[in-house]
Design a protein around this ligand. Structure first.
Ligand code: BDR
Ligand code: CA
Length: 310
């Protein structure tokens, strides 16, 4: 199996991404690193463990990481995810302890110990933990196999400001370090995630699994749909973060362009924007596979079939 580390700020859609990974034998989850984002760190570190326990996987190590962006105050998104970050269903407080040590030290140690080019990083929150690890231990950067992340936007532009997507906006300095690292990047921007909408039929398929996991996922999507459908007038809500894990399982569900992306850190209106050179109007070298399209039915088929295993 392919070794991955999920770096996350759960978040209902983060939770679904974690569940999809845990349900998939092609992936070996070496650990989960929690970061401040949707809600403060204490809650993301708690929520990640709640999700592991829901899946019966108390063996997964969950590390707490950075509690604030590199150079800025934390911006959270309770207005989307609720006060706990995982609103929508009451789940028991976790009993599994946090793993000992800081998430950044775990990232550095793991990338150092595992054979070069064998560990893939899946960041689905602000990039603070990853960038801090790269800054502190530059020797690990060329050892990363690939980074498959959720963040940014091109044609769909922003969801937190008119120009910026939440994960990049919260810590643009961290994003700039990651996008400039030279590690092969696969990016799932809003252009993709706004195409995987939770329609009624898709949510009912989760519920019809008749399992605790199916019920939780249906309840979470019911919860954040309230916000997204009012905002976008769409048929359902985007299930952003599981796109990263789905890509690892079935890359042919997605298509996009290999292009140059720069992160705006100083814009008056555009801080956190992913400036993607879609039309190749510069000669800046390509640094990311920036996805744009997805087979949404195929994505939901994969997700539902996998969640049924938990
Ligand atoms: C991203 O922001 C968070 O609210 C979601 O979990 C996702 O990672 C979408 O912009
Ligand atoms: Ca997230």
């Amino acid at each position: 199996p392919r070794k991955i580390i999920i770096d996350t700020d759960p978040g209902q859609d983060d939770a679904v991404a974690i569940l999809l990974a845990l349900a998939s034998p092609e992936l070996e989850l070496l650990g989960i690193t929690a970061v401040a984002g949707n809600v403060p760190l204490a809650l993301t570190a708690r929520n990640a463990r709640i999700v592991c326990e829901l899946a019966g996987r108390t063996d997964i190590r969950v590390f707490a990481g950075c509690d604030r962006p590199m150079n800025r105050d934390l911006v959270t998104a309770e207005y989307v995810h609720g006060k706990s970050g995982l609103d929508g269903i009451a789940l028991p407080e976790p009993t599994m302890p946090l793993a000992e040590g800081h998430a950044v030290d775990f990232l550095i140690q793991t990338l150092h110990d595992e054979p070069e080019g064998t560990v893939t990083l899946c960041p689905i929150g602000p990039l603070t933990n990853i960038a801090t690890a790269f800054q502190r231990a530059p020797g690990i950067v060329p050892r990363v196999a690939e980074i498959v992340l959720m963040g940014g936007a091109y044609f769909e532009v922003g969801n937190v400001t008119p120009a910026a997507e939440f994960n990049i906006y919260v810590d643009p300095e961290a994003a700039r370090i990651v996008f400039g690292s030279g590690v092969p990047l696969v990016v799932m921007p809003l252009d993709v995630t706004h195409k995987v909408l939770t329609t009624r039929a898709r949510v009912e398929a989760f519920r019809a699994l008749g399992t605790r996991v199916g019920h939780a996922v249906a309840s979470w999507t019911d919860f954040f749909e309230r916000y997204d459908m009012a905002k976008y007038g769409s048929e359902g809500a985007p299930l952003h973060d599981p796109c990263t894990i789905a890509y690892l399982l079935q890359p042919d569900l997605f298509s996009g362009r290999h292009l140059n992306v720069e992160i705006e850190t100083e814009g008056r209106f555009t801080t956190g924007m992913t400036v993607a050179d879609w039309w190749r109007v510069t000669d800046r070298p390509a640094n990311a596979m920036f996805m744009r399209d997805v087979d949404a039915d195929g994505f939901y088929r994969l997700l539902t079939e996998r969640l049924a295993r938990l």
